[in-house]
Design a protein around this ligand. Structure first.
Ligand SMILES: NC(=O)c1ccc[n+]([C@@H]2O[C@H](COP(=O)([O-])OP(=O)(O)OC[C@H]3O[C@@H](n4cnc5c(N)ncnc54)[C@H](OP(=O)(O)O)[C@@H]3O)[C@@H](O)[C@H]2O)c1
Length: 237
C-alpha cells in the first residue's frame, strides 16, 4: 500500500488530499498543527479503518519535526507532501508590510518544507515512489507577476517572495536528493476555494486535487526540479 505524509492536513486542500488518497487505498499520515482543530478529518479517519492516522506537527517547530520523524522511523513514505502554508491576507501593499508576519510566512512556506524534507528523507528514499512535492503558487512566479490579468502585479510581497524562494529551494533539492533517487517538484494547485483562496476562487478543492494527484501519479526522477500547473503543464518560473 503506497503512503503519503501530508502537512497542514486539516486545511482546505489538505483535507481533500487526505480524502482522495485515502479513498484510493493509500496509507495517509495526516500531520496537523492542532489535532483538536481537525474535525473535518474525523469522518475520513473513521471511514479509513486505520488507513489514515493523525499526527501532531507544527511545521515551524523543529523539535516536533524531529520527534515525528523518529516516531515514524519504521515507515516508508512514497510521497512527502508539503501542503501547510500561510498567506494571512491579500491586502498587504508596499508601505503597509507587516515584517513580523513576513518572517512567519517565510518560516512556514520556505524554511519548513526544506526542514521537513531533510527530516523525512530516509523515509522517502526507502519507498517505491520517492517523491517530495511542495505546493507552490502562481503568485510565486516571476512571469505571473508581470501579466496582471487576474491580480494586479506587485503587492503581496510576503507570500509571493516565500513561494518564489521555495521554488528555488526545490530546484536545489532536486540536485541534492538525486543521488538518493528522490525527486523534488513544486506544483501550483490553481486558485482554489479554501480559507486561503477565498470564496470567489474559480476552482473547487475536489477538481484541483483530482488533477494534482494525476500530476503526482505521473512523476518520475526525470521531472525533478520542475514547476507544474495542476493541469500537468509546466509552469513558468
Ligand atoms: N487555495 C489556493 O488558491 C492556493 C493557491 C496556490 C497555492 N496554495 C497552497 O496550497 C497549500 C494549502 O493551501 P489551502 O488553500 O488549503 O490553505 P488553508 O485552507 O488556509 O490551509 C492551510 C493549512 O496550512 C496549515 N498550516 C499553516 N501554518 C502551519 C504550521 N506552522 N504548521 C502546520 N500547519 C500549518 C493550516 O493549519 P491551521 O489550521 O492549524 O492553521 C492549514 O491546515 C498552501 O501551501 C498554499 O500556499 C493554495
Amino acid at each position: 500500500m503506497p503512503s503519503i505524509l501530508i502537512t497542514g492536513a486539516n486545511g482546505g486542500l489538505g483535507v481533500e488530499l487526505t480524502r482522495q488518497y485515502s479513498a484510493d487505498g493509500w496509507r495517509v499520515l495526516a500531520a496537523v498543527r492542532d489535532p483538536a482543530r481537525a474535525s473535518d478529518l474525523d469522518p475520513i479517519v473513521r471511514a479509513s479503518g486505520g488507513g489514515v492516522t493523525l499526527h501532531r506537527l507544527d511545521v515551524n517547530d523543529r523539535a516536533q519535526i524531529t520527534a515525528l520523524a523518529k516516531d515514524l522511523a519504521s515507515e516508508s513514505i512514497d510521497v512527502l507532501l508539503n501542503n501547510a502554508g500561510l498567506m494571512e491576507s491579500w491586502d498587504y501593499t508596499f508601505g503597509r508590510i507587516d515584517y513580523a508576519l513576513w518572517e512567519r510566512i517565510l518560516r512556514t512556506n520556505l524554511i519548513a518544507p526544506v526542514n521537513v524534507a531533510n527530516a523525512f528523507l530516509a523515509h522517502v528514499a526507502r519507498s517505491e515512489r520517492k517523491l517530495v512535492v511542495t505546493l507552490s503558487s502562481g503568485l510565486g512566479s516571476m512571469t505571473d507577476n508581470t501579466w496582471g490579468k487576474r491580480l494586479s502585479p506587485g503587492r503581496l510581497y510576503m507570500y509571493r517572495s516565500s513561494k518564489a524562494a521555495m521554488n528555488m529551494a526545490t530546484k536545489c533539492l532536486s540536485f541534492d536528493l538525486k543521488p538518493r533517487g528522490v525527486a523534488a517538484v513544486v506544483i501550483t494547485p490553481g486558485h482554489v476555494r479554501t480559507r486561503m483562496g477565498g470564496p470567489g476562487a474559480p476552482l473547487a478543492a475536489e477538481e484541483s486535487i483530482t488533477n494534482v494527484r494525476k500530476v503526482i501519479a505521473g512523476l518520475t526522477l526525470k521531472d525533478s526540479g520542475k514547476f507544474f500547473f495542476y493541469t500537468g503543464s509546466e509552469y513558468p518560473w
